[in-house]
Write a protein that binds this ligand. Structure first.
Ligand SMILES: NC(=O)c1ccc[n+]([C@@H]2O[C@H](COP(=O)([O-])OP(=O)(O)OC[C@H]3O[C@@H](n4cnc5c(N)ncnc54)[C@H](O)[C@@H]3O)[C@@H](O)[C@H]2O)c1
Ligand SMILES: O=C(O)[C@H](O)COP(=O)(O)O
Length: 623
């Protein structure tokens, strides 16, 4: 054989196409997770858009991914629409978006057991704060439930860990109710300071108690905003307009953002000890759970007034009752409770110095329409396999980045899939290293998506796990596979996000010894050429073969006639060769022949290849 490390530009044998590396853009994507769907895609303004749902696919034939991978075989029947369960009242505009895409079932007030039963037939679930999406719900939805949409901000009613373990994306609608919640906070602040609800109840009961309901002024008082995020900063802005002196505590907020609206960021203790009013705006997390308790109430100014439109759980409610009774806290205005609805005889709710509303912070017509549209679009996008800008348990990748990375995503998955097939007994893999060569600054290259796809390629052939961007890292960790990454800056075109991707697997035996590099690891490398993924290196051998269909790798003595010999064996079995490349160490010594084949050769053909005297080892790999 006398070919150098080169790629033949024409198929050698019975290939049907004449050109090998076509500069094509994939026009079909498969939605992520189970029950895959072929989607027709086109490129608009640099990002992929979904034109149409084409058909269902046998799951074994798909390269499913949260956000993009390709499939080209035609199979199946027309897809049935996804089923979306809406378990709490949602704005009509959002329902319309959902109905134009799937079957929408609005079923409210489900018991936990009924929710578990119902969820097994649903692809998506949309909730507000009243539905507990527990581990049991994810277990019951396993295999079908792909996305949970929280029509609002707080996701403390969703078991995120379970969602991630089951590969279910959680998205929320973080912006549309901010103003409504801030306005409600200010409304409660003013209502509390002027005893509006108590005075209202009094006059309706036939009394006229003007001296009993003398209030306190807000102007010139110090308001401590606890949690300077979206709602907190809007409350602060409005309180400044009321002439209040506003301070804020938020360990993660930027001081200059606070300063820009005339707010000083202070420590937790400084906030609670100096405030006349305290307004809570942090999420409920293990750290903020009962953050106001007996100890912290004891540090507050006597007569402090507290507003909570965040989450009931951030206050120890029994401690608040004690603080109200002792007079440390003069008044409280609460929209949220540890248990919703609170019990009828709750001492807190019944306390004469407490003003309450039934979790109405987000309940304006405007906010509910906005939230409904925001969540409906996020859920439809996620069902389409797009990456969501409001993903809570997955990396957010913008459509522009996704579009640019699309061919590399495919390359990454195929390299993972190839690498694992080169390991004898693939389940013993413990350590995988990925090397990205790129001309880009490392900060300008987001590799999370590529890493997830390599993980998918490695894990799916050796387990029954279904991997997507949500659960890739979790599943790898659970299986004891450590995936490390290295970036190498190379002198190539920064137009391309990645020049090459190399996957190395250490401390394993290979069923194809030539795939083991000098460093002792299985090593394969690939590039994207004209939009098509190519294998460019196996062990220490350079090759160049398009990663489509299946692949045969042979190591042989470099001598004339080998291509024809193997080609004839495959041709006799009607196996179409799509691509071929030979790499060698030096003339007439060892060479590797990489042969792309459209069909899977039968055992007879593979036995015949193995029997060719000059062939020292070979392996058939499914892409
Ligand atoms: N009552 C309602 O109907 C209603 C409506 C909207 C939002 N909310 C709730 O309001 C809260 C805030 O919502 P958002 O949209 O402003 O969220 P956000 O994420 O924009 O802001 C939350 C802020 O809290 C800060 N934070 C986190 N831990 C903290 C801690 N230990 N101490 C102080 N600050 C901390 C974060 O850094 C962040 O800046 C959430 O709990 C949300 O669920 C309630
Ligand atoms: O976190 C939120 O967005 C609010 O608490 C609103 O909750 P709701 O959707 O149940 O009104």
């Amino acid at each position: 054989m006398s070919m150098a490390t080169s790629t033949l530009t024409k198929p050698l044998f019975s290939s049907s196409s004449s050109s090998i590396s076509k500069p094509t853009i994939k026009t079909s994507l498969v939605s992520f997770n189970t029950n895959p769907i072929i989607l027709s895609l086109s490129k608009k303004k640099g990002s992929f858009v979904v034109n149409n749902v084409l058909k269902t696919v046998n799951p074994t034939q798909t390269n499913d991914v949260l956000g993009g991978s390709s499939i080209s075989k035609d199979v199946g029947t027309l897809v049935s629409k996804p089923t979306i369960l809406v378990s709490e009242k949602l704005g009509e505009a959002g329902l319309q978006v959902l109905r134009s895409y799937g079957n929408v079932e609005c079923v409210y007030d489900l018991s936990q057991q009924d929710l578990c039963t119902k969820i097994s037939t649903c692809d998506a679930l949309i909730v507000r704060s009243g539905t507990k999406v527990t581990r049991e719900v994810f277990e019951a939805g396993k295999g079908r439930l792909k996305v949970v949409g929280r029509a609002g901000v707080g996701i403390d009613n969703v078991d995120l860990q379970a969602a991630t373990e089951f590969g279910c994306l959680v998205v929320n609608a973080p912006t549309a109710n901010t103003i409504a919640a801030a306005e409600h906070g200010i409304a409660l602040l003013a209502a509390m300071a002027r005893n509006i609800s108590q005075a209202d109840a009094s006059i309706k009961s036939g009394k006229w108690q003007r001296s009993k309901y003398v209030g306190v002024s807000m102007v010139g008082k110090t308001l401590a905003v606890m949690g300077f995020g979206k709602v907190g900063s809007e409350v602060a802005r409005r309180a400044k307009g009321l002439g209040m002196n506003v301070i804020a505590h938020d360990p993660y907020a930027a001081a200059d953002r606070a300063r820009a609206i005339g707010v000083e960021l202070v420590s937790f203790d400084q906030a609670i000890t100096t405030a006349d009013f305290i307004s809570l705006h942090m999420p409920l997390t293990p750290t903020t759970n009962k953050i106001l308790n007996d100890d912290t109430f004891a540090k507050m100014k006597k007569g402090v007034r507290i507003v909570n439109v965040a989450r009931g759980g951030v206050i120890d409610e029994d401690a608040l009752v004690r603080a109200l009774d002792s007079g440390i806290v003069a008044q409280a205005a609460l929209d949220v409770f540890t248990e919703e609805p609170p019990s009828k005889d709750s001492k807190l709710v019944q306390h004469e110095n407490v003003t309450v509303t039934p979790h109405l912070g987000a309940s304006t017509k405007e906010a509910q329409e906005g939230v409904a549209i925001e969540i409906a679009e996020a859920v439809v996008g996620a069902l389409n396999g797009e990456l969501s800008a409001t993903a809570v348990n997955a990396p957010m990748v913008s459509p522009e980045v996704l579009s640019e990375l699309a061919p590399y995503v495919l390359l990454a998955e195929k390299l993972g899939r190839l690498a694992v097939q080169l390991v004898s007994g693939g389940s013993g893999i413990k350590s995988v290293k990925v090397v990205y060569r790129s001309a880009r600054d490392p900060d300008d290259l987001d590799t999370r998506f590529l890493r997830a796809m390599i993980t998918k390629g490695i894990i799916e052939p050796i387990s029954n796990s279904i991997i997507n961007l949500v659960n890739a890292d979790f599943t790898a960790k659970q299986k004891g596979i450590r995936i490390s990454e290295e970036r190498v800056v190379v002198d190539s075109s920064p137009e391309q996000p990645v020049d090459s991707i190399q996957v190395q697997i250490s401390n394993v035996e290979s069923k194809f010894a030539s795939a083991v590099s000098e460093g002792g690891q299985i090593s394969i490398e690939g590039k994207v050429k004209y939009g098509v993924p190519h294998l460019t290196c196996v062990g220490s051998f350079g090759v160049d073969v398009s990663l489509e269909g299946n692949l045969i790798l042979c190591r042989q003595l470099d001598q004339p006639g080998m291509i024809g010999h193997v080609g004839n064996i495959l041709g006799d079995q009607n196996v179409n060769v799509s691509f071929m490349s030979v790499g060698r160490t030096s003339l007439r010594k060892k060479a590797i022949m990489a042969i792309g084949v459209d069909e899977e050769p039968n055992k007879e053909a593979l036995d015949k290849i193995g029997a060719v005297p000059a062939i020292e080892e070979f392996v058939f790999l499914k892409l």
